[in-house]
Structures are given as C-alpha cells and as structure tokens.
Design a protein around this ligand. Structure first.
Ligand code: MN
Length: 203
C-alpha cells in the first residue's frame, strides 16, 4: 500500500474570500501531493512501515530506520499536518460557531476566547521561517505552541486540536509577505465543530 493524497472535503474556491482558490489549489494539488510522493519514495524499501497509518509511524518516529528518518519527519509530517489542516477549516457557517466543551475549556484555560486568539496568533506570527502554530492537548492540558518545518505534534505525543500552516506557500499568492493578514482572515474559516469533536474524543 502507498499513501495517497486525500480529496478535500470542499471545493478550492469554497473558502473565499478568506482563503483564495488559487492558494488552495496549489497548496493541495502541488505542495501536499509532493509530501505524499516523497513519503512514498522514502518508504519504498520498507513495505512493512508503508502498511502502517501515518500517525502510527510518526508517534513511533524513533523506531523508523535512521536513513529515512528525516524524510519521514518532513514528508510524513507534511502529509499528516496537511490532512489535518484541511479538516479544521470549513465553508460550512454552522460548523464555524465556537461552542461545546472546547469553548468552555478555552475559556477556563486562557480566560477568554479573545485572549486565546491573541496567544495563538502570536505563536503563528513569532514562528521564524516555515512552520505551524498549534492548539494541542498535552496530557489533559490545553497548550499553544509552534513547530518548525513539518514537525508534527503527534511526534511529541501531543494531540493536535487546531493547527495553522504558516509556511509562505500557505499565503504568498494572496498575501505576499503579510502573514498577519493571512492569520487574521484564517480565523473566519475555522471548523470549531471539528475541533470540539477532537477535544471530546480525548478530554
Ligand atoms: Mn502547507
């Protein structure tokens, strides 16, 4: 078995005007597709590993053979992170409402949603170069942090609930170097229903 590029659960232009169609198309059909291709290339000589789910491989990254470990971290992480990312954004307005247990947990941990949003955005803007901002469950605790490149929280045993891709490839077509504009607009398309499901599964 080889890994495959998952279909998006919506059309490329469905997130307009917040995320533009061209960015979505290139991001999914070129960037994500390349991670999948290079992950398959790396696992070519390791059929037993290629049979596993990507999250299982990343959770046990230290048991991946050293000669392909970096490739699996980069391209396996890229595949996992992007598959995750497409599902925590949505064109469905009903799913964009923050409610349920995650809403209560955010208020409890960060004081208010605005304070949470501020801290998460700061993590996204402060990440130097390419990487991701995350809201994760670290054990029972909600935590905001960022990772470099395609390092995935699941490699560190954390459970990602929300993730924001701040690689330039995620925004340069529309926003050029304005990462802040991209981050501010991205909040409009977060699939809070999905984030709540992920939280309830683990909390
Ligand atoms: Mn990306």
């Amino acid at each position: 078995m080889t890994f495959e590029l998952p279909n998006l659960p919506y059309a490329y232009d469905d997130l307009e005007p917040y995320i533009d169609s061209k960015t979505m198309e290139i991001h999914h059909s070129k960037h994500h597709a390349t991670y999948v291709q290079k992950l398959n290339d790396a696992l070519g000589k390791y059929p037993d590993l290629a049979k596993k789910e990507i999250n299982e491989i990343l959770k046990n990254i230290n048991s991946v053979p050293i000669e392909i470990k970096t490739a699996v971290i980069n391209h396996g992480g890229g595949h996992f992170n992007h598959s995750f990312f497409w599902n925590i954004i949505t064109p469905d307005k009903k799913k964009r409402e923050l409610k349920g247990k995650i809403a209560e947990a955010i208020k409890k941990e960060f004081g208010s949603f605005d304070e949470f949003k501020k801290k998460f955005s700061e993590a996204a803007l402060a990440r130097f170069g390419s990487g991701w901002a995350w809201l994760v469950l670290n054990g029972d605790e909600l935590e905001i942090y960022s990772t470099g490149n395609q390092d995935s929280p699941i490699m560190g045993g954390k459970t990602p609930l929300l993730g924001l891709d701040v690689w330039e490839h995620a925004y340069y077509i529309k926003w050029n170097s304005d990462r802040k504009g991209y981050v501010e607009n991205w909040w409009n398309v977060v699939n809070w229903e999905r984030v709540n499901e992920l939280y309830e599964k683990k909390a």
